[in-house]
Design a protein around this ligand. Structure first.
Ligand code: CA
Length: 438
């Protein structure tokens, strides 16, 4: 487990002025990674670190040969078109690079003049999926979401008997994961209309989003060698925001007995910035369960996991209808919650995923599952907010929604904030549903 160190000191200031603005997602205490290229250019992607409104280009930085030792090796691995090589190095290397970057970006750092030439404004860059994602697994770690959804799909047994014993998951599809700004056509598929005995084919009528976090795997494990829960976080590079778009009517017809398939794999959107576990250290909270719930089996229990295995990441979902976008409105906030309410932690997901010997690889992505909190206004999907479409939500301007309509954009933001620590944010995860293709 990463402890607090000098990089978390809330009094640190950067020589990049925008990093010191109150409310910025990217102060010097954050230093998240993304893949980028100058906008409208045909250049290769490269890895950068966010600082205020700027990106520090790590390929340009590596050419300056300012960092030595482990930080130098880590920087060399980050001079690439994806984060995979850096991810594979492990936490000691990531930490060394973070410390060197923090020191070089601080007010008064002698490197300022040289580093200034390696900055590019974020609004002049195109951001991309930050790693080659070999495999994507989506979990189901919010007991509130599982109960709400279960009630709609199976009123008599909302929570399956295995839920409190293991982190439920399914293997998703990596090829359709896109970065914030992604738009995609409304999917088509088979659905069973209410009361019908035979399915029909056509555009999905119940399109939904799912508010999730993504977990990027750092160093992998060899096939056949499970990762123990106490070592699990050493295999996690960082977190991003994830929107697991879901076609509910397709899902309801196809999901039994093997789980979601075409209802989920047409598009998933992630935020471009990966916030490292080290940056999140000030926002760790104890992993808590109701007292009467079963204690996890030993392979899912660890001292560090119990003490500080959860993360208090604030999450907010904003819906922008086509009308709101045309009127340049801010959109309607339709949900607010925190990752701290999850029933299973990051470490438990990793330990469970590998307990049978399954090998994870650098760049693999795990989804937390929809992160609904305990109350209805904290629900992370429309199917919960509208009780399966029965109670449409009201939006400013007189519009309502049961499910998403063509042209709707969903914007998810995440941030961490508390007294005594610097506020850090995840940036934006935005995506737009287009009309179905003919
Ligand atoms: Ca999901």
């Amino acid at each position: 487990m990463t402890l607090l160190n000098e990089t978390h000191d809330p009094s640190l200031r950067s020589w990049v002025p925008s990093a010191n603005q109150p409310g910025t997602d990217f102060p010097i205490q954050n230093l998240p990674f993304a893949a980028f290229r100058p906008a409208d250019s045909a250049q290769h992607l490269r890895i950068g670190v966010a600082i205020g409104t700027q990106i520090l280009d790590l390929t340009a930085l590596a050419r300056l040969a300012l960092f030595t030792g482990e930080a130098g090796s880590a920087l060399k691995a980050a001079s690439s078109d994806s984060l995979n090589r850096l991810m594979a190095l492990g936490p000691q290397a990531w930490s060394a690079l973070r410390l060197a970057l923090s020191r070089a970006l601080r007010q008064g750092a002698p490197e300022q003049a040289q580093l200034s030439a390696a900055l590019i404004p974020q609004d002049q860059a195109e951001l991309a999926v930050p790693a080659r994602i070999g495999d994507y697994t989506d979990f189901y770690t919010s007991v509130h979401h599982a109960t709400n959804i279960g009630r709609l799909f199976r009123p008599d047994s909302p929570l399956m008997p295995n839920y409190k014993w293991l982190p439920i998951g399914y293997h998703g599809r990596a090829s359709s994961i896109g970065v914030s700004g992604q738009s995609f056509p409304r999917p088509k598929g088979q659905t069973l209309p209410p009361g019908a005995t035979e399915p029909v084919f056509g555009p999905c009528k119940r399109m939904d989003y799912e508010l999730e976090l993504g977990v990027f795997i750092g160093q992998g494990n060899a096939l056949g060698e499970p990762i123990a829960i106490d070592d699990a976080e050493e295999h996690v590079f960082g977190l991003c925001i994830l929107n697991d778009w879901s076609a509910r009517d397709i899902q309801a017809w196809e999901y039994q007995p093997l789980g979601p398939f075409l209802s989920k794999n047409f598009a998933s959107t992630i935020s471009p910035w990966v916030v490292t576990l080290e940056a999140l250290a000030p926002y760790r909270v104890p992993f808590e369960r109701p007292q009467d719930d079963p204690k996890p089996l030993p392979y899912l229990q660890g001292m560090a996991n119990s003490a500080l295995g959860a993360f208090d990441v604030q999450l907010e979902v904003r819906l922008l209808t086509q009308r709101m976008q045309a009127a340049k409105e801010q959109g309607a906030i339709i949900s607010r919650t925190s990752y701290r309410h999850a029933y299973w932690t990051v470490a438990q997901m990793v330990a469970h995923h590998t307990v049978n010997g399954c090998n994870l690889q650098p760049g693999d992505l795990l989804g937390t599952g929809t992160l609904s909190g305990p109350t209805l206004d904290q629900a992370g999907a429309l199917i919960e907010l509208t009780a399966g479409g029965k109670n449409p939500i009201s939006l400013p301007g007189g519009e309502t929604r049961s499910f998403l309509e063509d042209g709707d954009s969903v914007e998810i933001t995440g941030w961490c904030e508390k007294p005594g620590a610097a506020r850090i944010g995840f940036g934006l995860c935005a995506g737009t549903l287009l009309a179905a293709r003919h």
